[in-house]
Design a protein around this ligand. Structure first.
Ligand code: FAD
Ligand code: NDP
Length: 433
């Protein structure tokens, strides 16, 4: 049993949705494109899962976000691709189906249902999986009140556990994106939160101690407790196997009605190991998102691609790069002559409580903070490396201000003034680039 398509997208997440839209805009014919996804729903904007999706139920507005409201590509203010849209565009959407093996040489995929699907071009968009506590030697991930957050099923489960934990205690493991966004959502749901992570401050890979301290102070004012420089070692369970407390390496024990774990991800590359070149944990692609096999492309979290601006191969785990790498790969496949190199400026953002920040570039080199860290509403930082601006962070900016720092960072301009002046000039510096 088998079917053949010209184009197959393996994975049905953010990158797949944006790739599908680009295919239709470039004129794919009925029956040429197939998307296979393990998830039972059409591609959606994953970022909603830690934000709008976790808002409390009830009379309070806005109501929690639910599908179909956040199918791709609404996150980029573009068309909402519902299952009907795929049908209307002659795109075969194979949902709830895991691909268990791929034969790159024969250009075939084998699904968990036993179907063989062949392709002329394959786009790998398998994203990533959440790291499990077991990988750090801690047992208990299967307990009903230990929650990870990667897909819709995880989010539904977390929302259910949140509802049954009102006024209870949550322990959030990890001080990265999931930890910070979920902690804020738990507070909004009237749950007492303690965050536990090994570093000296939250968002250690991006935030400076000064930036982190501002957000941490705000979280503390909302009742969040921080336990830093330690990790969990084990759980206490009741007779039903539910976690009742978290034991930490520093000897502390924290009561828990709910545990949220956000300790990083691993890209889903396993189907291709030994078949395609892997670099920095992802599938290595060139500036056209083409892998070491010329019929196979990789996009989104799973792809390691050349970031021209920094002259380095990078794997990025953010939605903007998933969207843009998807469009670029489709363009490279359908219009190889006119498609140039992918020239991408890394862009990260988050929204928690009333905060909203954006970061462009690379957080390396010397940091210069600017703006008002006292009132905490509008402040930022520049990263300067070898005399050039390489990274810009801004909290509370307007659309125009974010555009200004993005454009300036893309140009990687020389910084000829000293740190004090740069601090004084603040946003004005980016404006004059
Ligand atoms: P994914 O969206 O993860 O999609 C991968 C798809 O492949 C999934 O549907 C998966 O089921 C499927 N798949 C994998 N293996 C197989 C297989 N063998 N067979 C069939 N299907 C398979 N980034 C930001 O920039 N800003 C944010 O605010 C933000 N918030 C986030 C919030 C959450 C809760 C999470 C989890 C991530 C967030 N991100 C955010 C990161 C962003 O969502 C990812 O970078 C983006 O989803 C990557 O897109 P992708 O298509 O590469 O992978
Ligand atoms: P992150 O990599 O952002 O953060 C993981 C955090 O957990 C780090 O602080 C890490 O420390 C810490 N950690 C690692 N091991 C342990 C441990 N054993 N015990 C306690 N803490 C530990 O990953 P997340 O899980 O937060 O996010 C998952 C994915 O989702 C990422 O790809 C992220 O980009 C994406 N996401 C993005 C969002 C956004 O862009 N706004 C929002 C939500 C998710 P260390 O740094 O030392 O490893």
């Amino acid at each position: 049993m088998g079917r053949a398509f010209v184009y197959v997208i393996l994975g049905g997440g953010v990158a797949a949705g944006y790739a599908a839209l680009e295919f239709t805009r470039r004129g794919v014919s009925d029956g040429e494109l197939c998307i296979i996804s393990e998830e039972p729903v059409a591609p959606y904007e994953r970022p909603a899962l830690s934000k709008g999706f976790l808002l409390p139920e009830g009379k309070r507005k806005p109501a929690p976000a639910r599908l179909p409201s956040f199918h791709t590509c609404v996150g980029a203010n573009d068309e909402k691709l519902t299952p009907k849209w795929y049908k209307d565009h002659g795109i075969e959407l194979v949902l709830g189906t895991r691909v268990k093996s791929v034969d790159v040489r024969r250009k075939t995929l084998l699904s968990s249902t036993g179907e063989t699907i062949s392709y002329k071009f394959l786009i790998i968009a398998t994203g990533a999986r959440a790291l499990k506590l077991e990988e750090f030697g801690v047992e208990g991930s299967d307990a009903e009140n230990v929650c990870y957050l990667r897909d819709l099923a995880d989010a539904n489960r977390l929302a259910t556990v949140i509802q049954s934990s009102s006024n209870g205690n949550a322990v959030v493991i990890g001080g990265g994106y999931i930890g910070m966004e979920c902690a804020a959502s738990l507070v909004i749901n009237k749950i007492n939160v303690t965050m536990v992570f090994p570093e000296a401050h939250c968002m250690a890979r991006l935030f400076t101690p000064k930036i982190a301290s501002l957000y941490e102070d705000y979280y503390r004012a909302k009742g969040v407790k921080f336990i830093k420089g330690t990790v969990l070692t084990s759980f206490e369970f009741d007779s039903n196997g539910k976690v009742t407390a978290v034991n930490l390496k520093d000897g502390n024990q924290l009561p828990a009605d709910l545990v949220v774990v956000g300790i990083g991800i691993r890209p889903n590359t396993s189907l291709f190991e030994g078949q395609l070149t892997i670099e920095k944990g992802g599938i290595k692609v060139n500036s056209k998102m083409q892998s070491s096999d010329s019929s196979v492309y990789a996009i989104g979290d799973v792809a390691t691609f050349p970031v021209k601006l920094f002259g380095e191969m990078r794997r990025l785990e953010h939605v903007d790069s998933a969207r843009k790498s998807a469009r670029h790969a489709v363009s490279a496949i359908m219009d190889p002559v006119k498609t140039g190199e992918f020239d991408y400026l890394p862009f990260f953002y988050s929204r928690v409580f009333a905060f909203s920040w954006q970061f462009y570039g690379d957080p390396t080199g010397e940091v210069v903070h600017f703006g008002d860290y006292e009132d905490g509403k509008s402040f930022g930082a520049y990263w300067v490396k070898k005399g050039h601006l390489v990274g810009s962070f801004l909290e509370g900016g307007t659309k125009e201000e974010y555009e200004i720092i993005s454009k300036a960072t893309q140009l990687k301009p020389a910084v000829t003034i000293d740190s004090e002046e740069l601090e004084k000039e603040g946003l004005g510096f980016a404006q004059t680039v």
